[in-house]
Design a protein around this ligand. Structure first.
Ligand SMILES: CC(C)(COP(=O)(O)OP(=O)(O)OC[C@H]1O[C@@H](n2cnc3c(N)ncnc32)[C@H](O)[C@@H]1OP(=O)(O)O)[C@@H](O)C(=O)NCCC(=O)NCCS
Length: 250
């Protein structure tokens, strides 16, 4: 029998992915309010039925349409670290009829004119300054800084404590490692990897790995070559992306 929701002020939400990042996202949603997490889905079927921080793993992502109706789920968010997988799963949630929501920790500080896409996680202590644009399925992890007028493309991950200076463009699918620094006005190419603690002082090409201070190239990210699901042509072609204006909360 289909679940019949009672009228409430919170949306019933599912989290896709119950690993470490899933736990962080659950904590953010509990702190932020605005939605009630009713379960996880996870691609590891062995986890189905287990409880993670008090919330049950209800099923596999393939079962989302049935779970939606059985549990009255209205919205969802993907909590998976891998950029391509996170973006692909967001599509699965939408096809299942779920609204994608953002998880913004109350201690994160966002300028009023920041433009956010959907399925975004902004963890505790992050700072996002004036006129930044943050694309769909981005993770701004704990305590990172994105300074003024920067664009963070779809399905990128800015790791804990990383610092992006003003007017930087981080193209889709890039990974900026923990504690890395990107100096002002640079372009970080799509699907590139910035190593932990690197200080980037020059543009980084697409699918390139750089490390060190100052950052130097150590290779090309060949293993991600087949996974272009996150590509955003507007960013790749140097134009300012147009993203829907949504509020920082729900
Ligand atoms: C950059 C990174 C992806 C490279 O991984 P990799 O491709 O497996 O590279 P390797 O470990 O084989 O290292 C290759 C070389 O780069 C060096 N190197 C790797 N990472 C480095 C870093 N962050 N800073 C400086 N040098 C680094 C290695 O010492 C090695 O040097 P050598 O050839 O002189 O011995 C990885 O080291 C890294 O920094 N990951 C980020 C982790 C992170 O931020 N996690 C947070 C998750 S929330």
């Amino acid at each position: 029998m289909a679940f019949s929701p009672k009228r409430s002020e919170t949306s019933r939400c599912i989290i896709a992915g119950c690993g470490g990042h899933g736990r962080v996202v659950l904590d953010i949603l509990r702190n932020a309010g605005g939605c009630q997490v009713v379960g996880f889905v996870d691609s590891d079927r062995e986890l189905v039925g287990r409880r993670i921080d008090g919330i049950k793993v209800l099923g596999h992502p393939d079962e989302l349409p049935a779970l939606r109706s059985a549990f009255g789920i209205e919205c969802g968010i993907v909590a998976v670290g891998h950029n391509g997988t996170r973006s692909a799963l967001a599509g699965d949630l939408e096809r299942a009829g779920l609204r994608l929501v953002n998880a913004v920790h109350p201690s994160a500080n966002l300028a009023q004119n920041v433009i956010l896409g959907r399925n975004i996680v902004i963890a505790a202590g992050s700072l996002v300054c004036a006129h930044c644009q943050i694309g769909d399925s981005v993770i701004l992890n704990t305590g990172c800084i994105v300074d003024h007028e920067s664009t963070v493309g779809k399905a990128t991950h800015i790791c804990p404590g990383a610092r992006i200076a003003g007017r930087v463009t981080v193209e889709s699918g890039a990974f900026v490692g923990i504690g890395a620094t990107v100096t002002q006005s640079l372009r970080i190419g799509r699907e590139s990897i910035i190593g932990a603690g690197a200080v980037v002082i020059r543009d980084v090409g697409a699918m390139t790995t750089v490390v060190g201070v100052p950052a130097r190239e150590i290779g090309t990210v060949l293993k991600q070559a087949e996974m272009h699901v996150w590509q955003v042509p507007e960013i790749a072609s140097n134009r300012t992306p147009v993203m829907p204006e949504v509020t920082a909360s729900f």
